[in-house]
Design a protein. Structure first.
Length: 169
């Protein structure tokens, strides 16, 4: 008899997809979970994680302004959104410097508070049109998936990656 809480392969795929959708975890959580905990092969895990990470992009880009305007009326959400917007703006010098290519790098380099969600916030703050933001964020997601997968398998070390990234600051 299987354990009560044993996850089926289908539920592990679903968790990978859902983890990739989260604003904090994204691919940095989904791919390591899929590879190490769920024991999915990377060829299966990475496309699931990419799809999950991309799902919120267009709705966030389309509705961020509408919801942020309404939520800013409430003190709690005003503080949360102001913090998120200010933090994204501070961390997005690369977008100001390199524009669309900077958005790809901002999303694609898997550091804390970067990724598709932060890329959507940055695109909103810098008024990057949807037709430019969506492909840039998609390319960034692909880049991040490659980097996270290579780190998971030890092809590149995270210490090397973060040391090399210091040159961009």
């Amino acid at each position: 008899m299987p354990p009560l809480f044993a996850l089926t392969v289908a539920s592990q795929r679903l968790l990978t997809f859902l983890y990739a959708m989260t604003p904090i975890g994204e691919l940095r959580l989904a791919i390591p979970y899929a590879v190490f905990a769920a024991k999915l092969p990377w060829q299966e895990a990475v496309p699931i994680a990419i799809a999950g990470n991309f799902v919120p992009v267009v709705p966030v880009l389309l509705f961020l302004e509408y919801f942020s305007q309404r939520l800013m009326r409430y003190p709690f959400w005003n503080r949360v959104l102001t913090w998120a917007f200010n933090r994204t703006k501070r961390r997005s010098a690369i977008i100001e410097r390199f524009e669309a290519a900077g958005l790809v790098l901002f999303v694609g380099i898997p550091l804390p508070f970067t990724g598709a969600w932060s890329g959507c916030i940055a695109a909103f703050l810098f008024r990057i049109p949807l037709r430019i933001a969506v492909p840039c964020i998609a390319l960034g997601i692909l880049l991040a998936s490659v980097i996270v997968t290579l780190v998971c398998y030890g092809v590149i070390s995270s210490a090397f990656l973060f040391g090399a990234l210091d040159k961009f600051r």
